[in-house]
Design a protein around this ligand. Structure first.
Ligand code: 6GU
Length: 234
């Protein structure tokens, strides 16, 4: 997968060299480049923002550098992702969908965001998605790109050694995962649940499912409503 990130703070994306994302890049699974938006400015101050039409606090990113960045980097296969607290919620389902794209381009807004015409113009030439991490406000889109890319990269073929971990994890089947334990069997007076040491894999699977549902009901009742009921048929 090809990924281009455009930002006025390329250093913010330095963690993409590390750990499993760095490994996916080194292996060629992820062909990622980070670009400085100011590459596409032409004035001596390398201006990227200006005051908002209609008034109000803060600054808005001017369209010209973004237009040139898109002209330089985007093609017919491009899916433009714009992180924004005004976007649609990012989820594991979004990550699965993005993992099937061949070219993602991230436009990191700062200040009060990017001139809307950039998104409208791009939408006439490519797929454009505004995504939000949740109901809170960040300084800019850079950290959201780290989050989205981490969620997507681990779904790319060959990145995770053990594909089973994708099946068992939280959100894979719409519920939170059950608690996990390792050695030692007793620690500071707390014992690992007996059933996990029983060797009865059917019982263990049922116990984990119960724990997962109980946790989800307590912590994320909103997810329970979205579960398919086995008695409802197909
Ligand atoms: Cl994706 N971007 C920004 N700037 N703030 C956010 C966000 C994204 N998601 C939640 N808050």
């Amino acid at each position: 997968m090809r990924v281009d990130v455009v930002t006025i703070f390329p250093d913010y994306l330095a963690p993409l060299d590390l750990s499993l994302i760095g490994k996916a890049r080194a292996a060629g699974t992820l062909d990622l480049a980070v670009h400085d938006l100011r590459t596409w400015t032409h004035d001596v101050h390398r201006t990227v923002d200006d005051t908002p039409y209609g008034g109000g606090p803060g600054m808005v990113m001017r369209p010209e550098p973004w237009g040139e960045a898109l002209d330089a980097l985007a093609g017919p296969e491009t899916h433009l992702i714009v992180p924004s607290p005004a976007g649609t919620p990012f989820s594991q389902a979004t990550a699965r969908a993005l993992a099937g794209d061949s070219h993602l381009m991230f436009a990191c807004g700062r200040y009060e965001g990017i001139d809307q015409r950039v998104l409208d113009h791009a939408a006439s030439r490519m797929r454009v998605s505004e995504v939000s991490l949740g109901d809170y406000v960040l300084f800019g889109g850079e950290v959201a790109v780290l989050v989205v890319l981490e969620a997507v990269t681990r779904l790319l073929p060959g990145v995770l050694g053990n594909a089973d971990s994708l099946v068992e994890e939280s959100h894979a089947d719409g519920v939170l995962e059950a608690p996990m334990y390792t050695k030692p069997p007793s620690w500071r007076g707390l014992d690992v649940p007996e059933i996990l040491r029983s060797g009865d894999h059917g019982k263990i699977a049922r116990w984990r499912r119960e724990q997962a549902l109980q946790r989800t009901a307590e912590r994320r009742p909103d997810l329970i409503a979205g579960l398919e009921r086995p008695d409802q048929g197909a």
